[in-house]
Design a protein around this ligand. Sequence first.
Ligand code: C5P
Length: 404
Amino acid sequence: MHQLKGKRILLGITGGIAAYKAAVLLRLLRLHDADVRVVMTRNACEFITPLTMQALSGKPVHTELLDLETESAMGHIDLARWADLILIAPASANFIARYSHGFAEDLLSTLCLATTAPVFVAPAMNQQMWLNPATGENLEKIKSRGITVLGPAAGEQACGENGPGRMLEAEDIVALVAKSFTSNILSGLRLLVTAGPTREAIDPVRYISNRSSGRMGYAVANAALEAGAEVSLVSGPVSLPVPDRAEVIQVTSAQEMYNAVMQKIKNTDIFISAAAVADYSVETIAVQKIKKSNASLELSLTKNPDILAEVAALQSPPFTVGFAAETEDLKANAQTKLQSKKLDMIAANQVGADLGFDSEMNALTVFWGNEQKELQQATKTRLAKTLITLIAEQYNEKNINKTH
Ligand code: C5P
């Protein structure tokens, strides 16, 4: 189940006998390479120890809302933002009731209120409690807010009764969570994505580069794969795991990136330029290592090709999406680039402390035509998924307009 690889799952455990099954669930999520953090309610700790979950997750377990130590390491708001998905398994009748009313009196309920990540709930309770109309109403309420309810199954219960209310088996929960990361909104389409920085050589050992980690571009490539696209990724030097199932072309300089893109562009439906391409390269690369004999040194730079602008200027260009990393006047600069480079869409992000370059988190404002949409601060994985949905919508819209 490659869909879970690297996904940040916040596993919430509430009080109920099915809490012991959360250990198997956690183990399975980890086996599929998900990055899991566990939050337990006080009642959950009566059924299974935080130590077990800590050993299985390899991370500290969070239990308290107002705990100085964990709050300073990773506060509840950070934790809510950290997650790509929140999975509450088992979810007790009491938790579902509190959640339906938006309570925030412990860590888990607060996280559910503070997150913008999708929340999945796997109920587990006695069959009479499940059949009680109060529980039914509470579930309807959370479902109407977009929460996904997994199960429950029916069968023999720990209390000796038989009926609905058993938590789904861990394998089934994991399969449903994995499936939720995929769609077919881009199936049949070919995407070309650039990512990472470029390096412009000065001499055999030195280069000019920038702080791009490649994370946003790689997240976009992964999100496109999960949306069913065929993906080619032209990547500058980064230290990230290459996405499975993508064709990856490694390059170093802007010129190499340009060549790789131009070679692939003919068969591309959508081009997403997330790379931080160096604007200039060194005019004459020294053959030998430059000595520090002079008091000062001048480097003469020449402008690199603007890959994105050239792609957008092709006779029949693909749907083109650029990125604009700005330290000032974010919106005005992004809109100018959208128009001057004749792009279909541009995603702008403010770079600075803890955001944008070299960070796990990002926030984007996306512009197309005369429209714009703010994508709130979230993990790059989640932002990439939302961005891919927007791109798919606008790509379809453009093609519908073309054929009419
Ligand atoms: O003009 P600016 O460099 O800010 O534009 C950023 C956008 O243009 C990004 O999408 C980046 O990938 C792309 N770009 C490019 N080739 C360059 C410079 C930027 O494709 N030489």
